[in-house]
Design a protein around this ligand. Structure first.
Ligand code: NAD
Length: 442
């Protein structure tokens, strides 16, 4: 259980001026996603050359907002939820990152996710900083009306720091096009003018982009193919195991299946299923759309959830939540390559075990950057009110992902480091170079 970030914030607030007396929630010893992110930054500092003197800027979010979200429930009572919006770094452009609705969301998690967005946006070289938001709520317990009220009140509360040229939210776990439409409408009502560019991942008819829904999964597939070429892994004969069968995992599984791979195992919140000869991914997508989860899919064997980590496979795609691949299960994984569709699915200890076992990890900060890349296209299209074809979007996406991955692969070869460290080296240098050129204000 993570220590309460609130208690730590308060306790540490008088010592923020000192760089060596960090509040505990900013400290790398603090377990949880933010601590993991800090450890990842520490690993790249030796490679930053003279830019290392700016590295402290990566270890602090620029701005973090905690909001109370009171709404009237359908039964007439009032419920309060807690929401967050964190802007980690805006040196290279406006903040950019999704909004997560989940009962386990914490400030530490949102801080880490916002920081990973800074890294990711710099890794694919789109002109955004990093941001992220979340509400500590289980949306499955809300009616559609309650969900809309939570979304609108949250948007109104964070409205003081978001905007098309300030910070642009997008979908993440348990948020979707419909929620983005409510966010866009709420922000626009408060501004007195329609501002389609305030969020991405919107419905196509409201300034959304073709290809956005599939973009993250397509990016996962693209970098997977690029890496497979380099290590001699044959995609058409590869066996794939996927954890999380939502936007990212579902699309990635579909694209790998279309390329001839066998998707042998899928795990989601409802259960784990296995089929050695390969699951019928289209039928499984229909089943999930109908029933809400993979549980009960007839043409597969049900596994105990923990058995997922032992499944014989060539490629493992964690595409659910963070902290899934740990020191406790990393030694059981049979894959040759792991493509991190989810954000932060692998702990640093697990990273080390996987490296020792020569399992190639394609890190989240490049592997799932397809979504934000097409979000960037959506934002550009909204500003110019000129919309591109899906073929144009997919072609541009694939080119950006291939180029970014190629550059990162080269850095990894040159420095004999993991792809995660290589991605951080490329991204941190870009962020800190911008910081250095801009200088400090005042
Ligand atoms: P989603 O809500 O569409 O799907 C989440 C999936 O994870 C569902 O299948 C759900 O059943 C499963 N899941 C939830 N809890 C689980 C558990 N305890 N064990 C196993 N499975 C579980 O979300 P998404 O948009 O696909 O996002 C998945 C991950 O990808 C998140 O880490 C998110 O931050 C990351 N990501 C998403 C995007 C995007 O464009 N959607 C972009 C970059 C990164």
């Amino acid at each position: 259980m993570n220590p309460s970030p609130y208690a730590s914030t308060h306790a540490g607030s008088s010592s923020l001026a000192g760089t060596h007396t960090l509040p505990s929630y900013l400290n790398a010893d603090h377990l949880g996603p933010w601590g993991i992110y800090l450890q990842q930054v520490d690993r790249v500092i030796p490679y930053l050359g003279s830019l290392a003197r700016w590295a402290e800027t990566l270890k602090r979010p620029k701005r973090a907002l905690i909001v109370d979200i009171p709404i009237q429930l359908d039964n007439g009572t009032v419920a309060h939820f807690e929401g967050y919006r964190v802007q980690h770094n805006t040196s290279r452009g406006p903040g950019k990152g999704g909004v997560r609705f989940h009962q386990d969301v914490t400030l530490s998690e949102v801080m880490a996710l916002s920081a990973w967005m800074s890294i990711k946006n710099a890794a694919v070289n789109v002109p955004f900083g990093g941001a992220k938001g979340g509400i500590r709520v289980d949306p499955k317990t809300l009616s559609i009306g309650e969900l809309e009220r939570v979304t609108r009140r949250y948007t109104s509360e964070i409205g003081i720091i978001i905007g098309p040229s300030k910070d642009i939210p997008a979908p993440d776990v348990n948020t979707n096009e419909k929620i983005m439409a409510w966010m866009m409408d709420t922000y626009s009502m408060n501004e007195g003018a329609t501002a389609t560019g305030v969020v991405t991942g919107k419905p196509i008819d409201l300034g959304g982009s073709l290809g956005r829904r599939e973009a993250t999964g397509r990016g996962v597939f693209t970098v997977g193919c690029e890496a497979a070429k380099r290590i001699g892994l044959d995609i058409p004969s590869a066996r794939i195991a996927v954890q999380g069968f939502g936007n990212v995992g579902g699309i990635a599984a579909k694209l790998f299946a279309q390329a001839g791979s066998r998707v042998v195992a899928v795990q989601d919140h409802s259960g784990t299923i296995y089929q050695e000869s390969g699951l019928d991914v289209s039928a499984l997508l229909n089943h999930v759309a109908r029933t809400g989860g993979v549980h009960g899919f007839a043409a597969a064997q049900a596994l105990i959830d923990d058995q997922f980590w032992d499944v014989p496979c060539d490629i493992l795609i964690p595409a659910a939540l963070e902290g899934q691949i740990t020191a406790a299960n990393a030694h059981r994984i049979q894959a040759k390559m792991i493509i991190e569709g989810a954000n932060g699915p692998t702990t640093p200890q697990a990273d080390d075990i996987l490296e020792d076992r020569h399992i190639l990890v394609l890190p989240d900060v490049i592997a799932n950057a397809g979504g934000v890349t097409v979000s960037y296209f959506e934002w550009v299209q909204d500003f110019s009110s000129f919309f591109w074809t899906e073929d144009e979007i997919n072609a541009r996406l694939v080119r950006i992902m291939q180029d970014a991955f190629g550059a990162i692969w080269q850095v990894a070869q040159d420095h004999h480091v993991s792809l995660r460290t290589a991605t951080f080296i490329v991204a941190c240098k870009r962020i800190l170079h911008s910081r250095e050129m801009r200088g400090l204000y005042p």
